[in-house]
Ligand binder design. Sequence first.
Ligand SMILES: Cc1cc2nc3c(=O)[nH]c(=O)nc-3n(C[C@H](O)[C@H](O)[C@H](O)COP(=O)(O)OP(=O)(O)OC[C@H]3O[C@@H](n4cnc5c(N)ncnc54)[C@H](O)[C@@H]3O)c2cc1C
Length: 714
Amino acid sequence: MRKPIIILIISLISVFFILDLGSYLSFQNLKSSLGQFETWRIDSPVLTGVIFFSFYVAVAALSLPGAAVMTLAAGALFGLMWGTIIVSFASSIGATFAFLVSRYLFRDAIQRRFGDRLRTINNGIAKDGKFYLFTLRLVPLFPFFIVNLLMGLTPIRTVSYYWVSQVGMLAGTLVYVNAGTHLAKISGLNSIISPGLLASFILLGVFPLFTRWFLRFLQRRRVYAKWNRPKNFDRNLIVIGAGAAGLVTAYIGAAVKAKVTLVEAQKMGGDCLNYGCVPSKTLIKSARLRHQLSHGDNYGLKANVPEFNFKEVMARVHEAISTIAPHDSAERYTKLGVEVLKGYAYIKDPWTVEITPHVGSVQRLTTRNIVIATGAKPVVPDLPGLDKVDYVTSDTLWDKFAKKDSLPSRLIVLGGGPIGCELAQSFARLGSRVTQIEMASRIMVHEDKEVSEIVQSSLERDGVHILTDHKALYCEREGDHKFITVTHDGTEQRIEFDELLCAVGRKAQITGYGLEELGIETKNTIVTNEYLETLYPNIFAAGDVAGPFQFTHTASHQAWYAAVNALFGDFKRFRVDYSIIPRATFVDPEVARVGLNEQEAKKQGVPYETTRYKFDELDRAVTDSSTHGFVKVLTIPGRDHILGATIVGEHAGDLMAEFVLAMKYRLGLSKILSTIHIYPTLAEANKNVAGIWKIKHAPQRLLMWLFRYHAWKR
Ligand SMILES: Cc1cc2nc3c(=O)[nH]c(=O)nc-3n(C[C@H](O)[C@H](O)[C@H](O)COP(=O)(O)OP(=O)(O)OC[C@H]3O[C@@H](n4cnc5c(N)ncnc54)[C@H](O)[C@@H]3O)c2cc1C
């Protein structure tokens, strides 16, 4: 269908130029032929009006020169009122045709090709498109046809385009039609709009943008109206919470010489150091090593299940925490120029934070900006009887289990997400009988189905009894015996256990420190704009409390934006960039991903092609007996543009770095292929998948010619 449209348009434009119809639309011709046009109009006014209208629509739709002269002619022939009505509708309809043609012919291709680069423009158009269009329409400096063609490439709605164009062009139409009514008095097109009139149009054009800015200004003032702003501030920045987000925010603040106070109620380092990444990865290592030794026969050794003392395993976990703790300590941050206060922070007003220390008196500090980085806490499900079975969460597990003499022999893990899977596998590998309960039809639901299946079979091989599609109903305690009852397909099952770990998700910490009193909106996380500003432009949120991700690396990524926008937002604010977010789950085999996977691409309607490479073909994977897994890359069909990559296999999290870099700097698979990778490494898998893509996209016609060329040379 595209071809006939293009042919039609090109033919019409060619006819216009070949027959030199443009000469009829010159100012001089209009003046000299006006008498003839007048006669036609007097003889048959409706027919003349209809022909004029249609011709105007065609000129506008085909982006032909002459619309300005035709507008003058409308004034001269039909007078101010009818001239304005005819031109207003004809120009808007013609413009919308041109807009639709541009959209139909070019938009998809342009968006596909430059989609990620156009994202900011698309977002801007979605938010402020009508205002921009209105400005462009009002100011006659912007060429009419360029506006039509360019706007057709954006996501603005056709109906909006039509009416905003019509309203926006009305003032200019009136001026030109009015000039047309005095055609004899004007000497040319340039004399119609004086510099003064042009300036008025520009002012009118920017007026809506100014109004929006002013309304935002007033809204900000209203937000602050009921609070008394201090004249001076004790600090430039107070950061609440010393986890990944808070530490990085405070560090950046101090590095740029702001006076920064960091308040932490519990342990420096937050979740990641004390209850999350560090202890879990340490446990994973011990469990993995035991697993490898137990399967020594995979490496030509005698399989030997190593004995161990669980207390020592847990002591190693705490040792890792203590080894890393100095990096996040109050001492280190004090040396870096941050004032660290131990205590519970409460935001009294937009500029005042009250700090209640564990010992000592309450301190009140005023500050120009606040960054909330209070993190998240494990969700405890509303399960009858749960409180009676002495359950653990990722917060309590490490201390409680460190006091135990032996490994829990029967462990229930509630939840089939990354934390549940990592810990279920580790405890199973250490020797616990683990039952993992998941309500959904598969574990790791955010990954592709094939990934869930690999992880599930790996966990099952390690002895985890996985119950998907099972809903936990209630817990019970009978003397020293603890039970959980689950249901599946209408059948209930009662399972006895020694310990129960809740790993059903983590929820942002949004209560108890003043958000409610300040009226800061929350929807599971603190609601912020793209600059991480809350309702109050001087209060920001970063990390798990701000969402939408719950990773240490995203927390520190957001911290940069929160710190910089807080301290330098008066000059320039930066929109937080979530375009490329990598993630990994440290089960064995590891699962890592950046960008889209197949299920997300399908959900978002993004066309893609997949290229995969299996580790069992990789030399280093063979030498290491780690041949399970694959690299899967999603690209735009027929183009060397990476949409996402999933790696399942040993060190998948480390291997992913190459794809993260490639996506960030828009390097395609050809670039990865042409980069030397050390042999023999697992990283060669990235190069090999790129090679497979390249073979799939080899230029077949050229190869055929080369084949003939070589045959001829022989
Ligand atoms: C078991 C587990 C494993 C994980 N593994 C990984 C992983 O492998 N990779 C990864 O990227 N992420 C992982 N995470 C997630 C990661 O730990 C979090 O995303 C990260 O810690 C979030 O940092 P944050 O700064 O937002 O919050 P937090 O680290 O939670 O810090 C918030 C801090 O704020 C303090 N606070 C709260 N309220 C107040 C107040 N009113 N006054 C003063 N202080 C306050 C808290 O005490 C806390 O220390 C894991 C999490 C868990 C639980």
